[in-house]
Design a protein around this ligand. Structure first.
Ligand code: NDP
Ligand code: 2IT
Length: 447
């Protein structure tokens, strides 16, 4: 590692060592930029690394709301506006009790490079709250969303910052947030993406992250002349990304063996079919139930409480689609031992640094989330475009744009990795390709 990179990381560690996920994501990105930084002295000259690791602006606010018993509750709201060199801030909102500044800084930092890879003009941001929508009534969720937006509205805008969903924020929450924004500013602005189809949303946006992840996996497999048909796939999570990753994998002929939630994993050794997936969507999206119930609805399904999928069944492909650091070194060793040939991240940073290094050493095809889950934000960008021209594209049109964006991201990452002598290193390739564009824009725009 070059001294320049090491010094920036050491400085960050000394100031923000307690923000573990943030340090982890910066270490992953900077740790893979060495060859680029050595070959391009301008990045050190303009102090790009020191500048790119610090958010442009962090907004923290209180969100008081009233629960169904009439008690006042208080949560913390955040928006980390990380980098706007190539476009307005863009990135999701996460509502989960684990949310804190360090987690949102990691997510915002990742978003800079992901958004750059999409080829669309999108800066990087992330936000959210430690509010837990789980177990809350619809009225409580609506009240929280409205009071969250009561403060956030003044910091966002169609050309300023355009939030979207993430963990715990789906179309229901986006609806309440958008309704509140609209009633405060009295303007129908394209200020959120992931909107409902009848009020400004884009076809394929709900599907986009999961579909895009599988499209990316297919591109990686092609480089080794492997087809998805007949491959056994383990998927973690049972939310938006996992459901549509499963759907596309099944449609393309793979056998999906698992889904999970924070309580446990179901293994369906017969394979989850499209019909069974519809039951899961109803269970998760309508009844907001636990994945364990699936094992009671369908024969030959086992439920494994407090387990992640990775050590429960052999697979060819792993798609971690739940949350950060959900696949560690032990999981990676078990996956490789059991025959896994490819890992494609649907979630953000689901694989620990040690597990990633292990996969790379074992020559496993490994796609980092900032490349392989970029289909979601890319389709958010397409939603913004449709809003701007006041037209809605058909599903086929959005899906074909999504597919070509995923192919482009794959090729850009592979090209950059090849340029620096490690063609299969998608981590290095994605980081270099994403970084270069933003860093050069920062130089062009001055201090
Ligand atoms: P959802 O809220 O729809 O689903 C999240 C799923 O992951 C649920 O099954 C949830 O289980 C599980 N999960 C969440 N936190 C944990 C945890 N701490 N431990 C174990 N399981 C957990 O979110 P999404 O599907 O939208 O997001 C999943 C991942 O994909 C996240 O990393 C997100 O940042 C990333 N992502 C999302 C995009 C999008 O467009 N939505 C775009 C790109 C990336 P439970 O219900 O029990 O909490
Ligand atoms: O992590 C992500 O890329 C998202 N949660 C989607 C962000 C977006 O603006 O669509």
């Amino acid at each position: 590692m070059s001294n320049y990179i090491k010094n920036v990381l050491d400085d960050l560690q000394s100031k923000y060592g307690h923000e573990k996920e943030y340090i982890q994501s910066v270490t992953e990105v900077l740790g893979s930029l060495g060859k680029l930084i050595d070959s391009e002295p301008k990045y050190a000259k303009f102090k790009i690394l020191e500048r790119i690791v610090i958010p442009e602006r962090v907004i923290i606010f209180k969100v008081p709301w009233i629960d169904d018993k009439g008690n006042i509750q208080i949560n913390i709201g955040y928006r980390v506006q990380f980098n706007s060199a190539i476009g307005p801030y863009k990135g999701g909102l996460r509502f989960h009790p684990s949310v804190n500044l360090g987690i949102l800084k990691f997510l915002g930092f990742e978003q800079i490079f992901k958004n750059s890879l999409t080829t669309l003009p999108l800066g990087g941001a992330k936000g959210g709250s430690d509010f837990d929508p789980k177990g809350k009534s619809t009225r409580e969720v609506m009240g929280f969303c409205q009071n969250f937006m009561r403060e956030l509205y003044r910091h966002i805008g169609a050309n300023v910052d355009v939030p979207a969903g993430d963990i715990g924020v789906g179309s229901r929450e986006i609806g309440y947030l958008f309704g509140q924004y609209k009633s405060i500013v009295n303007s129908y602005d394209s200020v959120l993406t992931g909107k409902g189809i009848n009020w400004g949303g884009s076809k394929i946006r709900p599907e986009a992250t999961g579909y895009g992840c599988v499209y990316f996996a297919c591109e990686m497999l092609k480089t080794r002349k492997i087809d998805l048909v007949g491959q056994r796939v383990l998927i973690s999570g049972a939310g938006n990304v996992a459901q549509y990753a499963a759907q596309k994998a099944i449609q393309l002929g793979a056998t999906v063996l698992s889904l999970s939630d924070s309580n446990g994993t179901v293994i369906d050794k017969d394979g989850i079919t499209l019909e069974k997936l519809e039951m899961i969507k109803e269970l998760k999206n309508v009844r907001r139930g636990r994945i364990e119930e699936y094992s009671k609805m369908v024969p030959n399904v086992t439920y494994h409480a407090n387990c992640r999928p990775w050590q429960l069944a052999p697979c060819d492909i792993a798609l971690p689609c739940a949350t950060q650091n959900e696949l560690d070194l032990d999981d990676a060793k078990a996956l490789v031992k059991n025959g896994c040939i490819a890992v494609c991240e649907g979630a953000n940073m689901p694989t620990t640094l040690e597990a990633t290094a292990f996969f790379q050493k074992q020559n496993i095809l490994f796609a980092p989330g900032k490349a392989s889950n970029a289909g979601g934000v890319a389709t958010s960008g397409l939603e913004m475009s449709q809003n701007a021209i006041r037209l809605n594209w058909h599903s086929a049109e959005v899906d074909s744009r999504l597919q070509s964006i995923m192919v482009n991201i794959h090729d850009a990452a592979r090209r950059a990795a090849t340029e620096f002598g490690e063609p299969d290193n998608y981590v290095m390739g994605a980081n270099i390709a994403g970084f270069r564009k933003v860093a050069d824009a920062m130089i062009d725009l001055g201090i």
